[in-house]
Write a protein that binds this ligand. Structure first.
Ligand code: SF4
Ligand code: SF4
Length: 320
């Protein structure tokens, strides 16, 4: 049996909504098949008021062993570092986060806000938000760069806006069943099993990417979304085209550009007008290249690809 406590800071509850839609395994499977005991969750917990307060105090003191502490949302520090804009159970949430993280065997940060601050931490960041161990790309965050939980791991970061539900439940199962040692974390503390390949890996538009045939509108059933519509699939680490959403589809399969939501900089360009859903170019060359591709190589390759593009590349051939 593994005790799990889930709290929310500066959050929209999107990751909770995602988690409750998990299928492989489902949220119910965690309880019935994998021995997870949900001590409390903002949408599922039964205790109220003093009941929650006591439960949190007991987790901090060790009276109730806390195996997995899950945090969703940013750690809010405003105003002026006090955290009083986000109070919970009688005190700033940031104080609960620090004490519960120190008491827990494992800490799991879910979604962009908890991992690196996400949209709330975008400049000018009025809520003085940060992630658990990162603020955007910078190490530190609420717990500090050197934090490790009792089991010896840093916060396990599962980013996304929201994170895919099965990324969450599969990592919780690994932790709850004693297989955390199998988790290889990348430089941003993301499980490598999910965040080594790119969104582009498995995208049905890869042939159109290769022949530089562009989609010009959302939902178009042909073309690649990189050249005009700002798709970040070639430089975003996510399995969105390997582990499909709702087991059916993905943004790019449906004709919507990847926004790069699993990367620390998300949202890119600080949401300035004219920068979202539009490929930023300089002299016709994208400012952000596919990972590992040099500009000179890109220019040569795309010129050749365009010249070689077959007629079918302009036809509607998608089945998803
Ligand atoms: S739509 Fe995006 S992910 Fe798919 S091939 Fe084009 S750039 Fe890659
Ligand atoms: S396709 Fe891109 S923006 Fe959409 S969920 Fe996956 S990584 Fe995030």
């Amino acid at each position: 049996m593994a005790n799990l406590l889930w709290l929310q800071g500066g959050a929209c509850s999107g990751n909770t909504m995602s988690f409750l839609n998990a299928e492989e395994p489902s949220a119910c499977d965690l309880v019935t098949d994998f021995g997870i005991n949900v001590l409390w969750h903002p949408s599922l917990g039964l205790e109220l008021g003093e009941g929650v307060h006591k439960l949190l105090r007991d987790c901090v003191s060790g009276e109730i062993p806390l195996d997995i502490f899950v945090f969703e949302g940013t750690v809010v520090n405003a105003p002026n570092g006090t955290g009083n804009w986000n109070r919970f159970a009688g005190r700033p949430m940031k104080d609960w986060v620090r004490e519960l993280s120190e008491a827990a065997q494992f800490v799991v940060a879910i979604g962009d806000c908890a991992t690196w601050g996400g949209i709330p931490a975008t400049a000018p960041n009025p809520s003085e938000s940060s992630g658990m161990q990162f603020l955007k790309r910078d190490r530190g965050g609420a717990l500090g760069a050197g934090f490790v939980s009792k089991a010896g791991l840093p916060a396990i970061n599962i980013p996304g806006c929201p994170a895919h539900p099965d990324w969450v439940t599969q990592i919780l199962v690994a932790v709850a069943t004693g297989r955390a040692g199998d988790l290889k974390l990348d430089e941003f503390q993301r499980p490598a099993t999910f965040f080594t390949s790119f969104t582009q890996t498995g995208c049905t538009r890869n042939m159109h990417f290769a022949y530089k045939v562009s989609a010009t509108e959302f939902g178009q059933r042909k073309g690649c979304l990189f050249y005009d519509l700002g798709c970040r699939g070639p430089m975003t680490h996510s399995p969105c085209n390997r582990i499909l959403w709702n087991r059916q589809s993905s943004k790019t399969r449906a004709g919507m550009p990847c926004l790069g939501c699993t990367e620390p900089e998300f949202p890119f360009f600080d949401l300035m007008p004219g920068t979202v859903f539009k490929t930023q170019t300089m002299m016709g060359v994208p400012k952000d290249m596919p990972t590992g591709v040099a500009k000179t190589g890109y220019i040569k390759l795309t010129a050749a690809a365009k010249a070689a593009a077959p007629a079918w590349a302009e036809q509607d051939i998608f089945v998803v």
